[in-house]
Ligand binder design. Structure first.
Ligand code: GLY
Length: 269
């Protein structure tokens, strides 16, 4: 997920695909998953890609009462000795959080747990980190009260927070942008502009992609200049390869069908 720096991406939490996955929310990229078996095999390949590129992965059991439970990124934000447990913006998804919170509390003993309370709400999928700058999407899932609570935490940690307004035709910030490394933000035309992110620190850049490759803008950068990229977005892959990245392509069709992207399926901790 997007709140750890590249050098902190050694471990990831993921969650298995539930039998109920065909009922997952879908309003943006997809019309809803139709093939749970295929989703499971794509999810297994995703986990293998993480593992074979040096990430230790823990898989939590699926929760059939929560069709969206594979999208763990939304449920917790791990940042510099703190675990922020947001109030997820979709009410139907709030019950996904307890086992994730329990797991992180156990694995990250010593981290401070910060629990958001309504009316604040925020999805972890609205958080993106570039070095020590944290971007938060103001979206249908993340409101000003949620952003205020995040800001209090980041002020305490000494990190800068920048707000990015998410257009109505997108779900989250990470649905449309990612940081394949600590110096690059990938973002799509027609959704965001370089100005959306404010002035870039020296050596950093916003690299714009064509609008039709918006889904491909969600990538997972790993140490060693490796990047997991959804298959089918050639400009994204070529742009990264030209910058010296090794791209690892993933078939994400049944994940995309539920508006999920590569980062949505992991919490790095
Ligand atoms: N299907 C993912 C979400 O809407 O949160």
């Amino acid at each position: 997920m997007a709140t750890v720096r590249l050098d902190q991406k050694g471990r990831a939490l993921v969650r298995a695909v539930p039998d109920s996955y065909a009922n997952a929310l879908a309003s943006y990229f997809g019309a809803g998953p139709t093939n749970v078996a295929l989703a499971r095999s794509q999810h297994t390949a995703y986990v293998s890609a993480l593992e074979s590129n040096g990430v230790e992965v823990t898989i939590l059991p699926a929760d059939n009462a929560h069709p969206d439970c594979i999208f763990v990124e939304d449920q917790a934000v791990v940042i510099d000795g703190h675990v922020l447990l947001p109030v997820p913006g979709a009410e139907s998804r709030r019950g996904e959080q307890p086992p994730i919170a329990d797991f992180l509390a156990q694995k990250l003993a010593g981290h401070q747990i910060c629990k958001m309370e309504p009316p604040a709400m925020m999805d972890g999928g609205d958080i993106l980190r570039l070095g020590d700058i944290i971007f938060v999407g103001r979206s249908t899932r993340t409101n000003d009260a949620g952003i205020g609570e995040l800001k209090d935490l980041l002020d305490h940690l000494g990190h800068e927070l920048r707000i990015v307004d998410i257009p109505p035709h997108a779900l989250h910030l990470t649905s449309i942008a990612s940081t394949p490394c600590d110096q690059i933000i990938l973002a799509p035309e027609g959704y965001l502009s370089p100005e959306s992110f404010g002035e870039m620190p020296e050596g950093c850049e916003v690299v714009m992609m064509p609008k039709e490759e918006v889904y491909g803008c969600n990538t997972i950068g790993l140490p060693g200049r490796k990047v997991l990229v959804a298959d089918g977005y050639p400009t994204v892959a070529k742009t990264l390869e030209e910058r010296g990245f090794e791209t690892i392509l993933l078939d994400m069709s049944e994940i995309r069908a539920a508006d999920g992207s590569p980062t949505c399926c992991s919490i790095f901790f």
